[in-house]
Design a protein around this ligand. Structure first.
Ligand SMILES: [Zn+2]
Length: 234
């Protein structure tokens, strides 16, 4: 974050709500996951076993399953067609492990079916990463040089980072609803266990909503300093 922005009280007015929302969502994940990673599922399935079962029964035997490093580092990698589960979900037969494995399986299914929002999200990843890191610097440079067009380009590039967080929402919601359907259809969890898995997945969904809201507030803040500033000058 450029020093200039940190000095502006307006910056914090826009940042703090997003930050608080993100912290709340993370707390929700920690409490739901913390609870259900400790409760074993009645079929005694680890995340790895649940994922393998779901992949094989959906005709995705080619998708590999690997153990990743770090807590909640679970993800599906479309490039290598690999489903990676964090150690706790890979090895432990908990309710949370099955829920999260089924969610990542949802992403594998999206990839196999060429699900539109997932394709769009993958396509904008490079620009979104660039926009998140360089957008604010380009905006600052434009404002400093009093070149509004440069600042607007910075804002547009940064807006792609927000767009990424927005497209992430249907991708994540869809993966979780696929997960719930898969678990139900294959009777991986009992009805009570399903409620636990659902609360873990919905807590995780809130973190994506919080990220999108935080990114939107940042875009609005930068738009305000670019266009608000130019109105004052004219
Ligand atoms: Zn996901």
């Amino acid at each position: 974050m450029p020093f200039f922005y940190a000095m502006n009280p307006m910056y914090w007015l826009f940042m703090i709500p997003g930050l608080l929302f993100s912290l709340w969502a993370q707390w929700k994940v920690q409490s739901a996951y913390g609870k259900y990673k400790q409760i074993a599922n009645s079929r005694n399935l680890t995340g790895a076993q649940a994922a393998r079962y779901l992949l094989d029964s959906s005709g995705l035997s080619n998708v590999k399953i690997e153990e990743s490093q770090g807590m909640l580092s679970d993800h599906y990698d479309p490039t290598s067609q690999t489903l990676r589960l964090s150690p706790e979900n890979y090895r432990v037969p908990s309710i949370a492990a099955v829920g999260i494995a089924a969610h990542e399986m949802g992403h594998a299914l999206q990839h196999a079916e060429n699900y539109g929002p997932l394709k769009l999200r993958s396509a904008i990843v490079p620009v979104a990463n660039l926009g998140a890191s360089f957008g604010p610097l380009i905006i600052l440079g434009g404002l400093f040089l009093r070149m509004e067009s440069v600042a607007v380009i910075g804002l547009a590039v940064f807006a792609v980072a927000f767009l990424f967080t927005l497209i992430t929402l249907p991708v994540e919601f869809d993966a979780s609803s696929r997960a719930l359907r898969l678990m139900e259809r294959n009777s991986l969890l009992t009805t009570t266990e399903m409620q636990g898995a659902r609360s873990v997945l919905s807590a995780a969904a809130w973190t994506y909503v919080a990220a999108a809201v935080a990114a939107l507030l940042q875009v609005l803040y930068y738009a305000l300093i670019i266009f608000g500033g130019s109105r004052r000058r004219s």
